[in-house]
Write a protein that binds this ligand. Structure first.
Ligand code: F6R
Length: 608
């Protein structure tokens, strides 16, 4: 949440910062701002709205500087106003900064400084940090930042400039992501490494309680006591082309179309000759695995739904004792966690605060922890250590799509691997599922060829009052994900229920304006789901069915059928989710919504 960017070097400062902010916009897009230092003076420009509006202002005012910092905001403290937009400046105009995170004791600091006669100008928590810095600064930035980090509580990634330091940007991190890069005579910092890809792929991920001084010449790292230390850089395996929209009108559509490749990449090196093998990524022995009696899946949002898919699949593979928990709840309940627990944290970004805190708790209680993330070297990866990477490439659309299919691919392999190592996976099941998994990319590609028909169905229903999504067994988790996609990007109310649960209450809502999206694959639960469809039809709800190719009966129940290719029953979620993503996309498009940046959301949720 919130994206920050800093640049020092010989290029046009505002251009680099604005381009960097545009890449961060999915992290927040309530307002944007930029500050530069030129000829020993700080100037800033801010606006509500998007980065392109800031760029227009920058151009109109010929705003330029020698080096600078920028911010795109997802409001936490203080309304969406120009005044609350970052950067924020100290009252003496000596210090300016941008911030991602929350300063929890901001009120207390503000009261203390106001008592000293310092005037505050905004409603933000961030202003307390910059005013404090202005107050303690006496020409030594490092010393002032050390004092600040001792005084503030909460989470922060801070990028700071001091008016009288004409070749220095300072950064400090605790709890919010921050990455630093240096190439030739240029220094950069950003919330997200994708913003640095076109400049350098060798970066330093800042750790908690760490700060750095970035100059044209170098980057020097310190701890929060001000002691200098060496830091190893990491090489990013993404490239800049991956962050462009290409021929697609939206990142979300591009990312939906990438899914056949993403699944194929996720299988690569993990499946061969009908067998699954993760031993090169997880150096776990059969004895260790046998010692983990409980498996906890912990995640948020779409990643949580991916874990529900995984739990359902694993239950079919072996005798697992599994819990799936929302990370923000896991921490605050008294769930038994210990050395007999394998706790698996799933996070696309690897920066989600709730998941990160839950992982810290499980680690502290002695659980074996594993992370499944799309971002190598993300905070959660670095902290947990053991990891399986989803090789989906950068996901820019705020609504997760390709990372969900990558997650369920990797989770399915993990479930198979654990069952195999426990002696519970028969060679026949292993062969059957690996063969079916290898076929998933071509099946997803065939669903994508139905895009036009799905678009038409979406158009027909774009004015609905809301939607129910129903499914049984393995059709239920993709129903959850389909409903989440729809509500996130179209702002229509959508709820998913196990189909059999509708009659216990939600059915009261049904009428002709509330369509039901029924996931009804052929198999043992087909008839039961059809009964639930009949119950909905009896209340005049239009039915949109996601059914299996060759299902000749389904047309009796719905005029709006999206047919999916046959696959093994366990893998239905892979096949079901893609039409639901397309459906949500085209409903949102028909409704004129801002698909890649839906209101109120941010991609990387770094606050609790
Ligand atoms: C939904 C979505 C969110 C994220 C959730 C967790 O489209 O993107 O629900 O899935 O915020 O994010 P990660 O996976 O980065 O931890």
């Amino acid at each position: 949440m919130c994206g920050i960017m800093g640049y020092i070097g010989d290029r046009e400062t505002t251009k680099v910062i604005l381009e960097g902010l545009a890449k961060h916009e999915y992290r927040g897009y309530d307002s944007a701002g930029i500050a530069v230092i030129k000829d020993g003076k700080i100037s800033e420009l801010r606006t509500t709205g998007r980065v392109f509006q800031l760029a227009e202002k920058v151009a109109a005012e010929h705003f330029t500087g020698d080096f600078g910092i920028g911010h795109t905001r997802w409001a936490t403290h203080g309304g969406v106003t120009e005044n609350n937009a970052h950067p924020h400046m100290s009252s003496d105009n000596n210090v300016v900064l941008v911030h991602n995170g929350i300063i929890e004791n901001a009120r207390e600091i503000r009261a203390e400084l106001e008592a000293q006669g310092i005037k505050f100008h905004t409603e933000t928590d961030t202003e307390s940090a910059v005013q404090y810095l202005g107050w303690v600064y006496n020409g030594d930035p490092k010393e002032a930042i050390v004092k600040l980090t001792r005084r503030i509580r909460g989470a922060f990634a801070l990028v700071i400039m001091f008016r009288d330091r004409n070749n220095e940007i300072w950064v400090a991190r605790k709890g919010s992501p921050l990455v630093v890069g240096h190439a030739g005579n240029e220094g950069f910092c950003a919330s997200d490494p994708t913003a640095l890809l076109e400049f350098t792929r060798d970066v330093w991920f800042m750790d908690d309680d760490e700060m750095a001084r970035i100059t044209k010449e170098d980057c020097i790292f310190f701890d929060f006591e001000g002691r200098e230390h060496e830091k190893k850089s990491m090489h990013l395996d993404w490239d800049a082309a991956m962050t462009s929209r290409g021929k697609y009108p939206h990142f979300m559509l591009k990312e939906i179309h990438e899914q056949p490749d993403v699944v194929a990449h996720s299988l690569l090196g993990r499946v061969a000759n009908g067998e699954v093998d993760l031993s090169h990524e997880l150096s776990w022995t059969a004895e260790q695995i046998a010692g983990w009696k409980k498996i906890h899946f912990v995640a948020c949002g779409t990643s949580h739904y991916a874990t529900i898919v995984a739990a359902h699949i694993m239950e079919t593979l072996g005798n697992f004792e599994i819990r799936t928990e929302v990370a923000s709840e896991y921490r605050y309940r008294n769930i038994p966690i210990g050395p007999d627990t394998l706790a698996i944290f799933v996070s696309q970004s690897g920066e989600t605060a709730d998941t990160l805190h839950a992982a810290r708790l499980a680690k502290a209680k002695g659980a074996k922890c594993l992370v499944i993330t799309n971002v190598r070297s993300s905070t959660i990866h670095r902290e947990v250590g053991d990891a399986l990477i989803t090789p989906a490439g950068p996901e820019i659309g705020v609504a997760a799509t390709k990372t969900f299919t990558a997650q369920i691919t990797v989770l399915t392999l993990l479930g198979m691997y654990l069952a195999k190592m426990r002696g519970e996976l028969s060679p026949e099941t292993e062969k059957r599922l690996t063969t079916a998994l290898m076929d998933i990319p071509s099946k997803l590609a065939s669903i994508l060829t139905q895009e036009k028909a799905i678009e038409q169905t979406a158009r027909n229903f774009a004015d609905a009052r809301g939607f129910f999504f129903i499914g049984r067994g393995l059709a239920y988790p993709p129903a959850l994900e389909g409903a989440l996609k729809l509500k996130e990007i179209s702002y229509l109310h959508a709820e998913a229920y196990p189909a059999g649960e509708m009659k216990h209450g939600p059915i009261a809502l049904l009428d002709k304006e509330l369509p039901v999206v029924a996931l009804v694959p052929q198999g043992e639960l087909w008839e039961k789901t059809i009964s639930n469809i009949e119950e909905s039809m009896a209340r005049k709800s239009p039915i949109i069915a996601i059914a299996t190719e060759g299902d000749s009966e389904i047309s009796h129940y719905s005029e709006n059928v999206i047919y999916t290719p046959k696959t093994e029953p366990e893998l239905f979620p892979f096949i079901a989710v893609v039409p639901l993503q397309l459906f949500a996309y085209y409903v949102a498009r028909q409704r004129g919504c801002d698909i890649d940046m839906p209101r109120n959301l941010a991609k990387s949720v770094t606050v609790e």
